[in-house]
Design a protein around this ligand. Structure first.
Ligand code: SAH
Ligand code: SF4
Length: 348
């Protein structure tokens, strides 16, 4: 009789214990394996060197580990590293490691492609093929951490969910992956070093607030009135700014965490004084940091980036109101690793 082989990473520790008990494998073995899976990031049973050879072999007959594989590693001339990963079903995703003086940041994908079709984003031009599971998100962190240590001798300090896909449309797997990254049995990172970025799924923001976890939230705002936002982000039609702002206030009240507004400055579209005033109004509704983002050119997009003078004047208007604001220059552009450029160009 053929037995189906289970992905052991889909099981909780308790489920592994129960499975093992049925074949007389002691509980401490389940704990050792769980540690290999979620603390050490093992991709195969042969790596689990504190288990006997026989046990490793018998595990291999019953279980598999659907770890993603590094397909292509590229290094930008500014030190940014992009990894193209191949999933078990041969689908491709990308993750990025961004080195800076004070931090090493991993930017991870949450979906293969994206269903949301924002007009300025290369990922939005791919169709959403599927959600990533929690292990596939976790794996990106493990591999990006290895690159960080290998090239810079420093482990990751921060994780941002700003790669391909909309994290709040893959809610359960994203939360589970945060669990593996932050729990003491997992990678043990502080939730304060994790930022989830969303295009504005109000219901998801409220759900996240109710989790009572201490990770951070960023909103990809990009326009501060409904009419303009709808032109560049379809999601604004089902999640207008009023609803999104209400969800952010709820999030702030529950968590006490300031929210980050991401705002790409497009030349002659959302970079006028009037736009700055609209943005200031939103900033007065909930405590925020504002990141003014340099637009990275994406093929087929007609928007262009705001010029230097306009960018500085826009920033100054916001600053004058006592709002925390900074300009974010893009990183990794030469290897298509910058925000909005992830599109599996080198995948096959
Ligand atoms: N789907 C989520 C997370 C991934 S996008 C979200 O939209 O928030 C990561 C960030 O890159 C978002 O702030 C997104 O708006 C931004 N981005 C997309 N295309 C970009 C581009 N061409 N130039 C600069 N930033 C871009
Ligand atoms: Fe999807 Fe975010 Fe890109 Fe919009 S900006 S298409 S939500 S990945």
């Amino acid at each position: 009789m053929s037995q189906t082989i289970k992905d052991i990473r889909k099981l909780s520790l308790d489920e592994i214990i129960v499975d093992f008990a049925a074949v007389d494998i002691p509980k401490y073995r389940a704990k050792q394996i769980y540690d290999w899976l979620w603390n050490k990031g093992a991709g195969g049973f042969e790596e689990m060197t504190n288990l006997s050879k026989d046990l490793r072999l018998s595990l291999k007959e019953k279980y598999t580990i659907h770890q993603i594989q590094e397909n292509l590693v590229q290094k930008s001339n500014d030190g940014t590293i992009k990894i193209g990963f191949k999933c078990i079903d041969n689908r491709m995703i990308e993750g990025v490691m961004i080195p800076a003086e004070d931090r090493m940041t991993a930017c991870v994908s949450s979906q293969v492609g994206c269903s949301l079709n924002c007009k300025f984003c290369a990922t939005g031009m791919l169709k959403r093929e599927r959600n990533l599971d929690a292990g596939e998100i976790y794996d990106q962190v493990v591999f990006l951490n290895k690159q960080s240590i290998f090239h810079f001798n420093k482990p990751l300090t921060n994780i941002v969910y700003m790669g391909m896909g909309e994290p709040l449309l893959n809610y359960d797997n994203v939360m589970k992956s945060i669990g593996y990254i932050t729990s003491p049995e997992g990678l043990g990172m502080s939730p304060r070093r994790i930022t989830v970025s969303t295009s504005g799924v109000a219901r998801g923001i409220i759900r996240m607030a109710d989790e009572g976890k201490k990770f951070k939230l960023a909103l990809s705002l990009h326009a501060a009135d409904d009419k303009k936002r709808e032109q560049i982000m379809d999601i604004n039609k089902s999640n207008p700014l009023q609803d999104v702002m209400a969800s952010l206030q709820y999030f702030y009240n529950k968590t006490g965490n300031k929210i980050t507004f991401e705002y790409i400055l497009f030349n002659n579209f959302n970079d006028t004084d009037e736009d700055a005033k609209n943005l200031i109004q939103l900033c007065q509704q909930v405590p925020v940091f504002v990141n003014l983002i340099e637009y990275n050119q994406v093929e087929g997009v007609t928007y262009t980036k705001a010029n230097e003078g306009r960018t500085n004047a826009f920033k100054a208007m916001i600053e004058r109101q006592g709002i925390d604001v900074q300009i974010r220059r893009s990183r990794g552009k030469d290897i298509d690793a910058a925000c909005g450029q992830l599109a599996n160009k080198n995948g096959q």
